[in-house]
Ligand binder design. Structure first.
Ligand SMILES: Cc1cc2nc3c(=O)[nH]c(=O)nc-3n(C[C@H](O)[C@H](O)[C@H](O)COP(=O)(O)O)c2cc1C
Length: 404
């Protein structure tokens, strides 16, 4: 359906060419200082027409607060946010009255509902993600201000051009030889990257050695009336241990759900991901070490900050794969709705590559997951807090009082 989250609950509405898109958010804590400008920052990073690498559809995407906020403070009641669709051009899509676009959602929406929006992608359009980004911006702000949690996403590949991320290599003598599970440069990037650094370049790739090649690759796709895919990596720093609900709502399962609900996503990897499958356990395990101020940390973090579906206090990092956008103006042999073979060369305005614009969407969906999981864990803790401390059980079974 169109709702995501349990305690921090977001419902999005709107199609690509209707009057407006937006969301209702339930569960925002009362008393949070919040203005439209706070929400606008992420919406402006998502909006179309930002550079020659994105669709030229010209939308300002200015957010209008409808409810739940008075005199710049949240009331604790549902927050309604609205963004007008201003630059609709439904006539751009007349070919798609005849043709379901290959690998777009026209055919499946029509098959499912028996009726579909007359133009554009309707509800499957990336316009829908405006509601997610607006809601995510609120969660993101609360998480940063109150808990110091930082969420930063960046473009990690375009087509075959990738920031250096894997380094596994085997030798003939030792098939288990591993230089490193992931590239040290990539690990360094995960611990230092900021949104400001990401936004220094229109590709939203913070790695100086690769971004120019990425930019050129997108331009080549655009000039060939074609499109190209890529990946977005995201890191969440400063997360407390203990988030995630075994067994079906594991933290990384929630993240995967959130990410794979973004249009055009095809893949999700947490921590070492697929690279980790090539490495023996003796190199892949994250050994425990004593933290400076007591308690345990790990000396490596190939787990990506999640073990048993629960955050362990290390950085959570993951990668999301986005396909090459389906709508291309290069002619394609396909079939009309009635089965007549034909050639479709889509008109309209399209993204040659979605990853630069997907960055704030990934951050926002991550913020929604963290906020929801944090509220669930806080509710559990608050419920357990009045219980008397358990002193009769060994420390392998129960944390000492004060450590809970
Ligand atoms: C930021 C963003 C921009 C997008 N822009 C386009 C676009 O211009 N053209 C297109 O065909 N698909 C675009 N998409 C992807 C489609 O919405 C998506 O492929 C389509 O709904 C089919 O869904 P699926 O790819 O998840 O199966 C975009 C996705 C995102 C996240």
């Amino acid at each position: 359906m169109s709702t995501f989250g349990t305690l921090f609950r977001v419902t999005t509405y709107g199609e690509s060419h209707c009057a407006s898109v937006g969301c209702i958010i339930d569960g925002v804590p009362p008393g949070l200082k919040l203005t439209a400008a706070d929400i606008q920052v992420q919406l402006s990073r998502r909006r179309p027409g930002q550079s020659d690498l994105t669709t030229p559809r010209n939308e300002k995407d200015l957010v209008l607060i409808q409810s739940g906020i008075e005199r710049d403070y949240t009331l604790g009641t549902p927050i309604g946010l609205l963004v007008k669709n201003e630059d609709q051009r439904p006539h751009d899509y007349t070919e798609t009255d005849l043709y379901p676009r290959p690998s777009h959602a026209d055919y499946t929406y029509l098959t499912k509902y028996g009726i579909k929006a007359s133009s554009g992608g309707g509800r499957s359009s990336a316009r829908e993600t405006i509601g997610r980004v607006a809601a995510g911006a609120i969660a993101d702000m609360y998480l940063k201000q109150i808990h110091g949690i930082e969420i930063v996403a960046f473009v990690s590949s375009v087509g075959k051009i990738s920031v250096p991320s894997t380094t596994i290599s085997s030798t003939e003598e030792d098939e288990d030889h591993v230089d490193d599970v992931l590239n040290p440069e990539y690990i360094e990037l995960l611990s230092t990257v900021t949104r400001e650094k990401v936004d220094e370049d229109v590709t939203r790739c913070p790695h100086a050695g690769t971004r120019e090649a990425m930019r050129a690759r997108i331009i080549r796709a655009k000039e060939a009336s074609d499109s190209i895919g890529g990946t977005v990596t995201c890191v969440i720093r400063g997360l407390p241990a203990g988030l995630g609900e075994p067994v079906f709502d594991k933290f990384h399962a929630k993240l995967a759900h959130a990410m794979l609900s973004i249009p055009a996503t095809k893949a999700f990897e947490i921590g070492s991901g697929f690279s980790g499958t090539q490495v023996p356990g003796s190199r892949h395990n994250d050994p425990f070490v004593l933290k400076e101020n007591g308690g345990l940390t790990t000396s490596t973090n190939w787990s990506g900050g999640v073990q048993g579906g629960i955050t362990n206090g290390e950085d959570v990092y993951f990668k999301v794969g986005f396909k090459s956008p389906a709508t291309i103006s290069r002619p394609q042999e396909t079939a009309q709705y009635d089965g007549t073979p034909g050639t479709l060369a889509a008109r309209g305005r399209h993204d040659p590559c979605v990853v630069p614009r997907a960055v704030p969407i990934v951050e926002s969906m991550a913020a929604l997951v963290v906020m929801d999981q944090l509220m669930i864990q806080n509710a559990r803790r608050a419920t357990a807090a009045p219980l008397p401390p358990i002193t009769s059980l060994p420390p392998t079974m129960v944390l000492p009082p004060g450590n809970k």
